[in-house]
Design a protein. Structure first.
Length: 171
């Protein structure tokens, strides 16, 4: 399968099976997140692997969007390690660096037959407190991972895409 087929095939999973994700596959998913490009190669991303019953229960308290996934990666950045733009006060690369890592891990998971759901429906402060994160660690998103259940299917709007002409503007 080529990359565009993989991208088109992947959808946000909301019906996870309880089968655990194998450690070898998790290792590959995490490695793909480690290898991503980051601003100035500062690599501020931090991956908190939530797979114990207690950790998953805490995640479900932080957000209602876990859908009983057997594995969640809380993807954060270290605010002390991000690139800071001297041309724009207050801007740093943390959100972008974690988004690149999450996206890459999401597609590696799909390649390995593991479904995923990008989760951003939570309060960062609540997540930090719940998982007792250091003050400099900022949650970017969660990535729920697991095998699809028998009920799995893309949502009705998954294949609805804007036309290229509505997205590309040449200058």
């Amino acid at each position: 399968m080529d990359f565009l087929e993989l991208v088109n095939k992947r959808y946000s999973e909301r019906f996870f099976d309880s089968i655990p994700v194998e450690q070898e596959k998790l290792d590959k998913i995490l490695e793909s997140g480690r290898l991503v490009p980051t601003a100035c190669n500062y690599q501020p991303q931090k991956f908190y692997v939530l797979k114990s019953k207690k950790a998953l229960e805490l995640a479900a308290k932080v957000t209602p969007f876990t859908y009983n996934a057997p594995l969640i990666i809380l993807i954060c950045y270290d605010n002390n390690e991000v690139w800071k733009n001297k041309r724009e006060e207050g801007y740093n690369s943390g959100e972008q660096d974690t988004a690149i890592a999450a996206t890459t891990m999401m597609y590696e998971a799909e390649y390995l037959g593991i479904h995923s759901l990008w989760i951003r429906g939570f309060n960062s402060k609540v997540a930090s407190e719940t998982f007792n994160l250091s003050e400099n660690i900022v949650p970017g998103m969660m990535l729920a991972l697991g095998y699809p259940s028998e009920k799995s299917k893309p949502s009705d709007w998954h294949y609805k895409r804007k036309e290229m002409k509505d997205m590309v503007i040449e200058l």
